[in-house]
Design a protein around this ligand. Structure first.
Ligand SMILES: Cc1cc2nc3c(=O)[nH]c(=O)nc-3n(C[C@H](O)[C@H](O)[C@H](O)COP(=O)(O)OP(=O)(O)OC[C@H]3O[C@@H](n4cnc5c(N)ncnc54)[C@H](O)[C@@H]3O)c2cc1C
Length: 434
């Protein structure tokens, strides 16, 4: 499948029905040396005006555009991306998907997303390699173990699947882990969500881009938003971009790490910090671990990719930055914890390390909200854990933009909560835990 074809050249023709991806299409295209694949999405010139502009071509922005077109009949939509789609945190994360949070509001929102993940490949006719291999969160201290048991009850009360697992169960599920009680991070127990897992991050961006394009959405890459234009009475009337002014009466911003920058352009401040978060992958090895295992308080988590690489995630830097790399002490801490908990990794070589800029709110929960500017909406603050929310986030944000009011799932995440004090504090379940 030639997903990258959509990134090349400029096309002016309108959207066309997509050729279905299937084993038969693969065989048919093999006969022409795979040179006949249709473009996955167009690269149109921006129009002068749209009904809705989405700023940010990550997973959340593309999903929002897709649902606007699919569910709300708003098809005159542009997604403006300053780089290439999926090049932000969507293409940089460690792809852990789960819905085991603490508060009802969060469990409902993340489980809504998890249900959408379960049908995503079929809905998009694009294999996003969603693998429900099970996610285990480990407790390494008595305090953490008590907090985890509370979270287990909260998740069960919401009717979402979760199991308590003791060290011996964990050893059976993850034979490479050390449950020696004398190590620096002893395993006290954990919670297991069997429906949790991983997915292929690029494929999520490409799948939604292709489906949105088919519905008429214009995906415009290399187009940075540099300012907002407002009518004298305050209503948004369009955006200034590196490719000129584009008019729209509704603008949805989904820029992740750059949320604060865009809010400042619009004349208000968000309670957001932008910080680097890092991940690493090892050289490929034979299958050794078929679960995702997270040590939240240690800031270390591990899974194995289909290629055999161990995917390792670290914590956030302690300072704000827009550099897409992180400080060296985090990988060092991560590797020390990895070797302690998974001793067989001691001679493993690391292949790649990278960082992304995550946007974190004081309560570690997202903002899905109207703003002080009429017609301008923000969806941000997903911090270290928004990949798992991608389909649910776009689903509720599209609804907010279409109807100019949040639905029940999005309502707790309005900007207003920082004034009323009704925070959704997920530091225990989110933090850097994905
Ligand atoms: C190392 C790392 C590991 C992570 N691991 C996980 C995990 O395991 N599980 C999980 O659930 N989450 C994880 N996350 C968090 C997750 O990646 C993000 O929350 C999620 O991908 C955010 O998606 P998005 O579409 O909002 O942002 P992005 O994919 O970052 O998209 C935002 C886009 O906006 C564009 N943009 C910014 N400013 C402008 C502008 N002015 N004009 C036009 N475009 C603009 C950017 O170029 C970018 O492409 C991780 C993040 C990192 C960095």
């Amino acid at each position: 499948m030639n997903a990258s074809a959509g990134r090349q050249g400029t096309t002016t023709s309108g959207p066309t029905a997509k050729q279905r991806y299937s084993i038969f299409a693969l065989a048919k295209n093999a006969l022409s040396y795979h040179e006949g694949w249709q473009q996955a999405w167009r690269s149109p010139e921006p129009k002068k005006a749209y009904d809705v502009i989405i700023v940010g071509g990550g997973g959340h922005g593309l999903t929002t555009a897709y649902y606007l077109a699919k569910l709300h009949g708003v098809r005159n939509v542009a997604v403006l991306e300053k780089g290439w789609i999926g090049g932000g945190n969507t293409g940089r994360n460690t792809t852990i998907i789960r819905s085991g949070y603490l508060w009802d509001e969060s469990i409902k929102l993340y489980d809504h997303a998890l249900k959408l993940w379960e049908g995503m490949s079929q809905e998009l006719n694009f294999n996003v390699m969603f693998s429900q291999r099970g996610v285990i969160n480990l407790a390494h201290s008595e305090h953490e173990w008590r907090e985890m048991r509370r979270r287990y009850e909260a998740i069960r009360l919401n009717g979402v699947d979760i199991e308590l697992v003791l060290p011996d169960d964990i050893k059976k599920l993850v034979p490479i882990i050390s449950i020696d009680p004398d190590i620096r991070y002893p395993v006290k127990g954990g919670i297991l969500q069997q429906r949790g897992g991983t997915a292929r991050h690029d494929a999520v961006a490409w799948g939604y881009a292709r489906a949105a394009d088919e519905l008429g959405v214009d995906i415009i890459q290399n187009c940075e938003v540099t300012g907002f234009e407002r009518a004298p009475e305050g209503q948004i009337i369009g955006v200034q971009t590196t490719r000129g002014f584009i008019a729209a009466n509704k603008v949805g911003c989904v820029p992740a790490g750059h949320s604060g920058v865009l809010a400042e352009m619009a004349g208000f401040m968000l309670p957001i910090q932008a910080r680097p978060l890092q991940a690493l992958v090892s050289e490929p090895i034979k299958p050794v671990i078929d679960k995702v295992v997270m040590s939240n308080a240690v800031h270390m988590y591990i899974s194995q990719s289909d290629k055999g690489e161990l995917v390792l995630g670290a914590g956030t830097d302690a300072y704000n930055s827009y550099a897409q790399r992180g400080s060296p002490n985090h990988p060092e801490h991560l590797m020390a914890a990895t070797v302690e908990l998974y001793p067989i990794t001691s001679r493993l070589r690391m292949l790649r390390q990278w960082g992304g800029i995550v946007d974190t709110c004081p309560d570690a929960s997202p903002i899905i909200s109207k703003t002080p500017v009429p017609g301008l909406y923000f969806n941000c603050g997903w911090g270290t854990g928004g990949f798992k929310a991608t389909p649910g986030s776009g689903h509720v944000f599209a609804d907010l933009i279409a109807h100019d009011r949040p639905n029940a799932l999005a309502a707790p995440y309005s900007l207003d909560r920082f004034r009323t004090g009704y925070l959704v504090d997920e530091h225990g379940a989110a933090g850097v835990a994905h």
